[in-house]
Design a protein around this ligand. Sequence first.
Ligand SMILES: NC(=O)c1ccc[n+]([C@@H]2O[C@H](COP(=O)([O-])OP(=O)(O)OC[C@H]3O[C@@H](n4cnc5c(N)ncnc54)[C@H](O)[C@@H]3O)[C@@H](O)[C@H]2O)c1
Ligand SMILES: O=C(O)[C@H](O)COP(=O)(O)O
Length: 523
Amino acid sequence: MTRRRILVTESLGPKGLEYLRERAEVDAYDLLPPEQLPELMGHYDAVIIRSAHRLTRELLANKPRLKVVARAGAGVDNVDLEAATEFGIAVINAPGANAIAAAEHTFALMLATMRNVPSGNDHVRQGGWDRAAFLGRELYEKRLGIIGLGRVGRQVARIAHGFRMPVAAFDPFLATEIFRAHDVEEFTTLDDLLRWAEILTIHTPKSGPKLGLRELSLLPVGAVVMNVARGGLIDEEALAHLLETGRIHAAGVDVFSHEPPQRESPLLRAPHVVVTPHLGGSTHEAMVEVGLMTARGVLQALENQTPSNLVNVPIPDLPDEDLKALDRAMRILGRVFSRLNPKVHGPLVLSVGSSLSSSVIPWLRQAALAAFLDDRLDERVNTINALLVAEQQGLTLLVEESPLRTTASIALRWEGRPESEVAFSIEPQGQVVLRTLAGIPMEMPWPEIALVTRHHDAPGVVGRVGTVVGQYDVNIGQLHLGRRSAGDEAVMVLTLDALPPEELLSALAAQPGIGSVYRFSDA
Ligand SMILES: NC(=O)c1ccc[n+]([C@@H]2O[C@H](COP(=O)([O-])OP(=O)(O)OC[C@H]3O[C@@H](n4cnc5c(N)ncnc54)[C@H](O)[C@@H]3O)[C@@H](O)[C@H]2O)c1
Ligand SMILES: O=C(O)[C@H](O)COP(=O)(O)O
């Protein structure tokens, strides 16, 4: 197998790079000039970026080799997620891995503005000693308003409690328990939070609320504003204007609507602003965490596993081992069902046993469609683009949560055609067990290599199958039989020790009584 090739366009933590290099061929740059990216993208299985590059639809299109793109960091706003999903490209990020770094940087900026650190520093270096000119303000007991109580927002709240700051937040997507758990007062409207906060800090994705002149004017006179989230969340002109008038006392800004900001950016001219060049996530510690989380996720995705940091697929909240077993079961189910049912008959029904939690269903739906469609289409179909491809193919999948199936079982059938059903169960040790084949009850652990026949239940068939397989020097490990009724349609599943060649399948299909022959392999 050709070794996987991974492109790293911007500096990645050394441990992450090492992890990648042990497992793949890696070309890593401290900063790849963005204009070189279009030419390189198509030659790699995975591309890892940070904030200096944008992965647009144009860059992602027509890249048959490219399976995974990763944002080594939190915000994926520089990746066209819709396009990646459409092209079946997995998108990975490193959620939370730099949250402590970003929260601490928020306080670095907060303290720097409140205590005039940068201007005091410049003053002394220029020979000054005017202590009165740099009278500061304390964080102690100042009301801190957080917009977005996610991974970074919660770390900010934790640190703020140490400064004895009353903390409140606005985050309409979170349950009240989360606010309580972090000892943060919940505000249900943004305007109320703005009226309350003496220090305001925003920690939402780029899609979060935009703070313009109206919103910023709601803050108490002399408020302080922080943006360590994303440029554009706070209107730079409006903030600069309110700083000029003294309505807002100071601001700490790490992110800009254009990075780097243009020299004439109003914020760079406004008073009492401390700026940094997008340093929120840039600590040695965060680089290690982000690098490793990204590297692991990329390799898992390249190995067709489902990493928990996959952005464009709903990830079931299951332990890794359970997810792995379920993933294998879904691949086998979709493929076996597709082979035994080449013709489409109306909607597909995915029947899910009651011991599988409902939260897994969105993923099961995508995984079932992906395995079924990938088996029959030339294009790349995976859990990422399965829903889109199914829609294009006019294929509908209904999900039925079956109380009759008490185990962790999954089954596919055409609606109204029980004789088409294929079902598997996943046992506690992760074993995938065949339960139904073509509507016929079975019970056998599904092997890595399987040969399946649909045949007529008649004397001699099993013997003939054994003889033919033996003639091709392929060893049979196990043999399981099932039938609708005596003398009726029957199925046979052989566990083989080697992949049977095409000629073996043709030789079997030519035997009297044998209808169809299929081979399956995990590889
Ligand atoms: N400056 C840096 O270097 C740096 C480092 C890390 C993260 N970030 C950025 O910080 C931000 C927060 O990161 P995170 O890891 O905490 O993300 P997160 O997804 O864990 O948290 C974001 C929170 O914002 C909330 N939210 C979304 N839309 C909202 C809205 N309209 N109003 C209020 N709340 C809303 C979500 O419910 C969520 O709780 C992101 O933009 C991320 O890209 C920047
Ligand atoms: O989203 C993030 O993680 C931060 O913005 C960090 O960006 P960076 O990787 O370019 O430092």
